[in-house]
Ligand binder design. Structure first.
Ligand code: IPD
Length: 261
């Protein structure tokens, strides 16, 4: 197969993300308010998460039976060719009726992310990248912002209970002290996709899992941005801090967040 099957996997990732997005949108529109559960403190779970993940896993197994899958809900196995998937990133938004969530699919070959696709079914936005092949949004090329001053920047700071709140508050304090504006949208994958498309200038989080991150990080890098070495120290299995941004802000953000030193 072309590029050792990369082209086939890229096309499959896009098709699977669209199908998963359609299912997710249907489940969102028919959901009854208040039907979510918490799997931990501030950690949401909906029935749709499992259903969408099973669909994605089935499609990958049908098309590429030799590959493995590692997903947020079902776990999985690692191999030289592993798909890393988040069926619904932004589960808290989904659960509470906020239409800001997505499916995130990455393909990792020999320890490097080769393909990343993120689909927001509520806006019809399909973000896609192949390593060395650029990043696109609905087929048009994406580029990170040209913002060169922290005072003009908007940075998303992701948050979860996996790290102490005081560490988040301290990072937030250091970032706003640079003059940056900040936001938190509840979807790390979409936050990274927004950096790739120049809508915001950076995304940082003190711990995030690989299924939320790898597709978005590739989007940023392929759109001309910079990202930290997320896969170092077993980031694939255990997660890591993430920082991704437009290149001119790298030094200031590394300093303010402490990520990527
Ligand atoms: C979460 C979201 C959130 C990020 C958390 C993630 P989920 O993923 O991406 O924005 O800050 O670290 O756990 O639970 O919605 O898949």
């Amino acid at each position: 197969m072309t590029g050792h099957g990369l082209e086939a996997r890229y096309l499959a990732a896009s098709a699977i993300a669209r199908e998963a997005g359609d299912l997710m949108r249907q489940r969102f529109e028919e959901r009854e308010a208040g039907t979510y559960k918490l799997k931990g403190h501030q950690d949401y779970l909906t029935e749709a998460d499992g259903e969408v993940e099973r669909l994605i896993t089935r499609r990958i197994a049908e098309a590429f039976p030799g590959d493995t899958v590692f997903g947020e809900e079902g776990g999985g196995q690692f191999s030289a060719q592993v798909w890393v998937i988040d069926p619904i990133d932004g589960t808290a938004n989904f659960a509470r009726g906020i239409p800001h969530f997505c499916v995130s699919i990455a393909f990792v070959r020999d320890g490097a992310t080769a393909i990343g696709v993120i689909c927001n079914p509520m806006t019809g936005e399909h973000f896609a990248a192949r390593r060395g092949g650029g990043a696109t949004l609905n087929g048009r090329a994406m580029k990170v912002s040209a913002t060169a001053e922290m005072r003009q920047s908007t940075i998303e700071l992701g948050w979860s209970m996996r790290r102490p709140m005081e560490h988040y508050v301290a990072m937030l304090g250091r970032v706003v002290a640079t003059g940056a504006g900040f936001r938190r949208s509840g979807s790390g994958a979409l936050g990274l996709a927004y950096v790739a498309d120049g809508r915001i200038d950076g995304y940082a989080e003190l711990h995030i899992n690989s299924w939320d991150t790898l597709a978005g990080l590739l989007l940023v890098e392929e759109a001309g941005g910079w990202g930290n070495d997320f896969l170092a120290n077993d980031g694939l299995a255990r997660g890591n801090p993430v920082l991704a941004c437009t290149p001119a802000l790298r030094e200031a953000l590394v300093q303010a967040t402490g990520i990527g030193r």
